[in-house]
Design a protein around this ligand. Structure first.
Ligand SMILES: [Zn+2]
Length: 92
């Protein structure tokens, strides 16, 4: 596994560095997109699920904006995203 942190983000924001407590189950694309580091998972939670976001790129490959663009629904199937990271200290 490569340690791809080109975007300068916290490691635990980046796909592949955490385990799921609740995997995204809407379709196979969303979980794969996290694994591929196309979609990121914030430590912010909305109700009981983590906030997901994407880092939009411009045509030349530069970041379109320095912060992520939050997404609430899966870009592929349109279902509301319901997933949660597993935290070691998670209780309740
Ligand atoms: Zn989906």
């Amino acid at each position: 596994m490569s340690s791809n942190n080109k975007l300068g983000m916290n490691h635990d924001h980046v796909g592949g560095h955490f385990k799921w407590e609740i995997e995204p189950k809407c379709c196979s694309m969303l979980k794969d997109a996290v694994d591929e580091q196309f979609v990121f998972v914030s430590n912010f939670t909305d109700e009981k699920f983590n906030q997901f976001y994407i880092m939009p790129l411009m045509a030349n490959g530069e970041l379109f904006r320095s912060d992520g663009l939050p997404i609430h629904n899966c870009p592929w199937c349109g279902e509301k995203i319901r997933a949660r990271k597993l935290y070691d200290s998670a209780k309740g």
